[in-house]
Design a protein around this ligand. Structure first.
Ligand SMILES: [Zn+2]
Length: 299
């Protein structure tokens, strides 16, 4: 009789276990790929990390779909830079509980580059204030990683130790990469260049590169005639390289580069399909700078 009872208890608890849904993984939704890459390193296999924007979209201006709104509501954590970059997210995110959000731009301990190029009137553009592309400084990536770990530890205390260990590992790798990039770029620090859009201040500032101008302040904006004249003059006097971006095309840039005998390079601050870690993203950016700036054979 007793054995029957014990067996039935075992059966009942087995049935209960089967009836319960498998423990759902934490869902992290990052606005842009660089943030997703950082989150992935912190979360390891304890969360499912997805990216809201397709990599070809401009984070400055993106029309959210109904399904995107659903994804925002369903996520346990939403990771973004802030209205300074993804202005289109400000309104939808205002409706979410604040403890669900990690806002990169607002984190304490971030490093900010000094303004390299200024004195232009930018109107109502979303880049108002400091350069929001802050993940391009590896020290900031660590600040973001720490904030993610803290929030994840609150959501899933049992894994807190693991999250902290992951951040430690990420931080060590980021410091190594930082030193490596500084050494690699040392020899090209004097070489003048223009970027396509004003989004590289954190990288340029961190490694002391010599950016003299940008083609346009934000990627989807057309540069005006006056700005293009200034750009041409600056590049003519001390430019060797003009950096474009993979998903945008500004008319007349190839011609300008050719007539001024500039080399053309490409920079991708978001990372394409090939990029699967934050380290790869930054190393690729470093390589792109190095390739265009280091080649002096043309002159
Ligand atoms: Zn930008």
């Amino acid at each position: 009789m007793r054995r029957v009872f014990r067996n039935s208890v075992a059966l009942v608890s087995l049935a209960l276990m089967l009836a319960m849904p498998a423990h759902a993984k934490l869902q992290i939704l990052a606005s842009i790929k660089p943030l997703a890459l950082i989150a992935q390193e912190v979360a390891g296999d304890q969360a499912e990390v997805t990216t809201l924007l397709p990599i070809t979209a401009s984070p400055h201006d993106y029309p959210l779909k109904m399904s995107d709104h659903k994804r925002l509501r369903a996520a346990d954590m939403v990771l973004w830079i802030g209205p300074e970059l993804e202005s289109f997210l400000a309104r939808p995110l205002a409706n979410l509980p604040t403890d669900k959000l990690v806002t990169g731009y607002r984190l304490a301990g971030l490093h900010w580059p000094e303004m390299m190029v200024d004195g232009h009137h930018h109107g109502s553009h979303t880049h108002a204030g400091k350069d929001p592309h802050l993940w391009l400084d590896p020290r900031n990536a660590v600040v973001i990683a720490e904030a993610i770990a803290e929030r994840l530890a609150q959501l899933q205390p049992a894994s807190a130790m693991q999250f902290r260990a992951n951040v430690q590992r990420f931080s060590t790798a980021a410091a190594l990469l930082d030193g490596q990039l500084a050494r690699q770029l040392e020899s090209v620090k004097e070489v003048g260049f223009a970027v396509y859009h004003e989004g590289y201040g954190h990288f340029v500032g961190r490694y002391g590169l010599h950016q003299i101008a940008y083609v346009t302040y934000a990627p989807e904006r057309r540069p005006g005639a006056k700005h293009l004249r200034e750009l041409r003059n600056l590049l003519a006097s001390e430019g060797e390289c003009l950096f474009m971006e993979p998903y945008y095309k500004a008319q007349g840039m190839e011609e300008m580069a050719e007539s001024l005998q500039l080399r053309i390079g490409f920079l991708d601050p978001i990372g394409d399909q090939q990029i699967s870690t934050y380290q790869q993203l930054l190393q690729q950016l470093g390589d792109s700078f190095l390739t265009c700036l280091a080649d002096r054979s043309v002159h």
